[in-house]
Design a protein around this ligand. Structure first.
Ligand code: ACM
Length: 541
């Protein structure tokens, strides 16, 4: 009946319903005023009901909504009670109340997700029930790559709303890569003047013979970033910025050629990269590079209050370091074994630098190679192995294995799927994803902070393409990250897909261009990128 996604811990329903009307009031205690403001705003849009402010909880009695803190509950835990006294949402902290408010919106039906009411005379009913709910993980993330294809600010704010509707609370913002630098850095203006635009874009995967011959780019000003961070905070979402070093840096090197390995190649000849794959042009391990990026991170820390700062660390080919006299001299001077040691030294530098400023470093699992910096956390993307090794060594982990939660991978076999990435990750595959591998002891498993789904955007040139790849799988992921699901084999994926029938109506109201269960709509198909579908696993990165 309630068909909630993600599924709550428990729902006890009774006979009867609360009817919200134009007389209903909304009361929020001091600590939950922000949630009250959010709830009133979205429900006024969708329902047209004024939900006037109640001065005390009693004002919300009978047919109103009350929000308040119950210090007995955990910070993200909530209880939603709908009965003859009205609707009361209590949470251990404002975040818990906010997740309860998201549940209330789902209970009101799909039209509560619209931006304006369809008509004024309808009833808005919530069945009598008691919901007790709390998240399984504290890190329920989505990573969005805005470097390969820029998503203008409005699209990012929309994704924060979509995350909130699914009780996801960490937005991992992949801001820099070979193909674009997307954040204004005042002391290094060429990063965006030069680094945020590329002349043309490879269409399809990297073996494609096709190009889109027009410039692509864009970036967020520091005020745009402040707005995004503040909009996220209003939705109890933390934004974790990623500045990817020492690989994935060609856009930065194109802007400032001295950042590259100038004794190996002519870095002044580099431009912002216009194709996909793993790029050999990596940062030079020099003092100049360290000082440059300390300057970048100083501005990043001013903009992003999150505890964690992501430094990338993935896919850094060591070939240029092997050939560079400067890099080799650095290896000798530091007494390092090899180029992997140099990468660890580089990451270790920023680990110490961030730690001294009260932050924590997180990086892709390659940062394990050559020794993991103390205090660093790991995003385990090449399967579980990195995450298992890190957790065993006492490091915190976010599980995001590409085999399960890389949403750029195709959702079904078949020539009509628009994504030329061969691996198939179905809705059910995502639903059966388990973030905590059985190899870990309970003590080690405590280091699994949670999980995130990753959206790499090489083949997603606009928000409709991002929607198609993200949904419906992000809804399954949200349930994995939030709900207390049984072991993968025992999960009721048929029950989940039944509840999805109701959830698709919510996504319709929100204007999400998801992949329909029966396959892509004609306009969503894009089989012709290479003139043939790509099956098997052709790597796109
Ligand atoms: C990654 O997919 N390169 C983290």
């Amino acid at each position: 009946m309630t068909e909630l996604i993600p599924a709550p811990r428990s729902v006890v329903a009774g006979p009867g319903e609360v009817r919200l009307t134009e007389h209903s009031r909304l009361y929020a205690d001091t600590a939950t005023e922000g949630v009250g403001h959010w709830l009133r705003t979205v429900l006024r849009q969708g329902t047209g009901l004024p939900l006037r402010e109640g001065r005390e909880l009693e004002d919300a009695g009978g047919d109103g909504v009350g929000l308040r803190i119950d210090p007995e509950l955990g910070p993200e835990e909530y209880r939603l009670v709908s009965n003859g006294d009205g609707i009361l949402i209590e949470g251990g902290g404002p975040a818990g109340v906010f997740w309860g408010a998201q549940t209330l919106r789902q209970l009101l039906g799909p039209d509560a997700f619209r931006r304006a009411p369809l008509r004024r005379d309808r009833a808005w009913a919530v069945p009598y029930l008691t919901i007790e709910d709390a998240p399984r993980f504290r890190w329920r993330g989505l990573m969005l790559d805005v470097a390969r294809h820029f998503m203008p600010k409005e699209g990012v704010l929309r994704y924060l709303d979509l995350m909130a509707a699914h009780k996801l609370n960490v937005f991992h913002f992949h801001l820099t890569d070979d193909q674009g630098w997307r954040i204004e850095i005042k002391r290094h203006p060429r990063l965006t003047e030069i680094g945020s635009w590329r002349a043309r874009t490879k269409t399809g995967h990297r073996a494609s013979p096709l190009w889109e011959e027009k410039p692509h780019g864009g970036y967020y000003t520091q005020d745009d970033i402040r707005e995004i961070v503040s909009y996220a905070a209003e939705r109890h979402i933390t934004v974790v910025p990623e500045i990817d070093v020492p690989g994935h840096s060609q856009a930065a090197i194109a802007a400032y050629p001295e950042l590259g390995n100038t004794d190996v190649i002519d870095t002044t000849a580099l431009s912002v990269w216009d194709t996909w794959g793993i790029n050999p042009n990596v940062l030079a391990p020099t003092d100049n590079t360290l000082r440059f990026y300390e300057g970048v991170f100083e501005e990043v820390l001013e903009l992003f209050p999150s505890e964690f700062v992501h430094v990338g660390g993935d896919e850094c080919p060591k070939d240029q370091w092997r050939r560079s006299a400067t890099a080799q001299a650095r290896i000798r001077e530091l007494g390092l074994a090899d180029e992997d040691g140099l990468q660890s030294w580089f990451i270790g530098h920023f680990d110490a630098w961030l730690t001294a400023r009260g932050r924590r470093l997180i990086g892709w699992d390659e940062i394990l190679e050559g020794g993991l910096a103390e205090g660093a956390a790991v995003s385990s993307w090449r399967g579980y192995a990195g995450g298992i090794a890190a957790a065993r060594a006492g490091h915190d982990v976010v599980m995001c294995p590409e085999q399960q939660v890389y949403l750029d991978h195709r959702q079904a076999p078949g020539p009509e799927e628009p994504v030329p990435i061969g691996w198939v990750r179905t809705l059910e595959d995502v639903y059966r994803f388990e973030p905590v591998p059985p190899e870990l002891t309970p003590e080690e498993a405590r280091h699994v902070l949670g999980s995130q789904a990753n959206l790499w955007t090489e083949v997603m040139e606009d928000h409709a393409r991002v929607d198609y790849q993200a949904f419906p799988r992000l809804a399954a992921f949200a349930e994995v990250a939030w709900s207390a699901l049984p072991a993968p084999a025992e999960r009721d994926s048929a029950g989940f897909e039944h509840r999805m029938a109701a959830h698709y109506r919510r996504l319709d109201a929100l204007g999400v261009a998801y992949r329909p269960p029966a396959g892509p709509l004609p306009w969503q198909r894009r089989p012709g990128v290479l003139g043939r579908p790509i099956d098997g696993p052709p790597p796109n990165r």
